[in-house]
Write a new protein. Structure first.
Length: 448
């Protein structure tokens, strides 16, 4: 069958079969369109139904999460774990706690994770989980009770050789600690490799906290270096002020770039002199306050309500590190008009399909999420290795491995793009390079 027709019929079936899951449709559409040249070259992938199997999760778990708040009121949230693909390793991917979470978001994230994890070169399959629980404004005790309830169901579905969750939006060190404690209690065994992003006192890896943001900047640095540019003296706009945004900011500053803006879900700050990261870290990581508080300490900085206008700030490099679809076509056009030279996706799917098209067609250097933010999960896999060996590597060792991995992902994605006729298009290159390894493993393992 003609590969183009095959892909378009398969996409139609995905939309019909997974109605009302628009983020999942978007992620599948982008990947399937990239795969046409691969399926033309490898008709056996069509005969073996590789793409048809890849778009269908191996298993989806949806469960009730009851918990009690500090006033004794009962709440019932919904928990999810989508175990998407285990061809190259145990399911691996984060857990997201955010009120917007529903099956369409967890499935888009789990689907992307398959290719991202493959790109790392490490033996990890794709999965994702989460809940529509909103950690904002909750006490530590409420968060603990929620995490314990969530894990009281999830524990039976995961394991260090089965499925290894980690953090994502709303899930950081505090939540991983509470979930690990409950898992350990239920299993009566110290299986440290069952979760990653753990604290350093109980099996966590040095460098995991920094890994996604640092990895993103290593990747973008490699991409711009290939065109004779560097971060030195560049103006950079970064959205979000969570784990990814904070450590992307730190690495950009180390490389001599100036980060002038950061945001949260209420609005953004603009500090033309460069943001003071220690203050942001204290406000967001310790005090768990809003980014608007920043201007109380630095009155020369500006605060603006709403997130979208952060992309109207002129910059050389834009790093969206908050959430999906935060850059639409209009924002992309404004960035291009203002002279943006490179965009690196720290968040998962932060650019709409239309925005991505604008960047690629305008010749902006574009680092897609699957490749550019893979440093987090790659370092999670390094944490799993250390847990298995019952050893610790130094920060320098982990960071050097992370850098190597990001440089290799860049190399593999750009070579795949060129080989399949889309030179410099890293969206296509990352999708193809990630897909081929999984497809070959599925081919070898038979119809399962
Ligand atoms: P955090 O929870 O630490 O931070 C998220 C940041 O994004 C916060 O500043 C938050 O603002 C903002 N944000 C979240 N949701 C929205 C929204 N709907 N609209 C506007 N702003 C929003 O999460 P991470 O930094 O870990 O994750 C950020 C992105 O990076 C996500 O897309 C995640 O999937 C991706 N990612 C994370 C990895 C990791 O290792 N943590 C690895 C790879 C990708 P507020 O505080 O107001 O909610
Ligand atoms: O989107 C992602 O890659 C993550 N949230 C990190 C997953 C992980 O298992 O470390």
């Amino acid at each position: 069958m003609d590969a183009k027709q095959y892909v378009s019929e398969l996409f139609e079936r995905v939309v019909k079969r997974n109605a009302n899951e628009k983020e999942f449709h978007q992620a599948v559409q982008e990947v399937l369109e990239s795969l046409v040249p691969v399926l033309e070259k490898h008709p056996e992938y069509i005969d073996l139904g590789i793409a048809e199997r890849i778009v269908e999760p191996e298993r989806q778990i949806i469960f009730r999460v009851p918990w009690m708040d500090d006033n004794g009121k009962v709440h019932v949230n919904r928990g999810f774990r989508v175990q998407f693909n285990s061809a190259i390793g145990p399911y691996k991917g984060g857990i997201r706690f955010h009120p917007s979470v529903y099956v369409g978001i967890i499935k888009f994230l789990g689907f992307e994770q398959i290719f991202k994890n493959s790109l790392t070169g490490l033996p990890i399959g794709g999965g994702k989980g989460g809940s529509d629980f909103d950690p904002k404004g909750k006490s530590d005790a409420e968060v603990m009770r929620f995490c314990q309830s969530f894990m009281s169901e999830l524990y039976r579905h995961i394991g260090q050789d089965v499925d290894v969750p980690a953090g994502d939006i709303g899930v950081g060190g505090r939540e991983i600690g509470f979930m690990y404690g409950q898992y350990k209690r239920l299993k009566n065994a110290y299986e440290a490799g069952v979760l990653t992003g753990k604290g350093l006192t109980y099996g966590g890896s040095l460098g995991r906290t920094e890994a996604t943001g640092f990895g993103l900047v290593y990747f973008v640095d490699e991409m711009i270096k290939a065109k004779g540019m560097s971060f030195e003296g560049k103006t950079v706009v970064i959205s979000g002020s969570g784990n990814v945004a904070i450590y992307a900011t730190k690495k950009v500053q180390q490389l001599g770039g100036k980060v002038v803006a950061l945001s949260d879900s209420n609005g953004y700050i603009y500090d033309k002199d460069g943001v003071k990261l220690d203050t942001v870290k204290r406000l967001k990581e310790v005090e768990r306050k809003r980014i608007s508080e920043y201007v109380k300490e630095y009155p020369t900085a500006e605060y603006h309500e709403g997130c979208a206008n952060i992309w109207t700030i002129p910059c050389d490099v834009a790093l969206p590190c908050a959430t999906q679809n935060e850059i639409n076509e209009e924002s992309a056009r404004i960035l291009v008009k203002n002279g943006v030279k490179a965009v690196g996706e720290g968040a998962n799917m932060p650019s709409t399909l239309e925005a991505t098209k604008v960047f690629i067609e305008s010749g902006v250097l574009f680092a897609p999420a699957k490749a550019a933010n893979a440093g987090g999960v790659a370092t999670s896999a390094l944490e799993m290795s250390q847990n298995s060996m019952r050893l610790h590597w130094t920060f320098e060792e982990v960071d050097a491995k992370l850098k190597d991995i990001m440089v290799n992902i860049y190399k593999n994605a750009s070579e795949a793009a060129e080989k399949y006729g889309h030179k410099d298009n890293l969206v296509v290159g990352a999708n193809i390079a990630g897909f081929i390894k999984v497809a070959e493993a599925m081919k070898a393992q038979g119809l399962v």
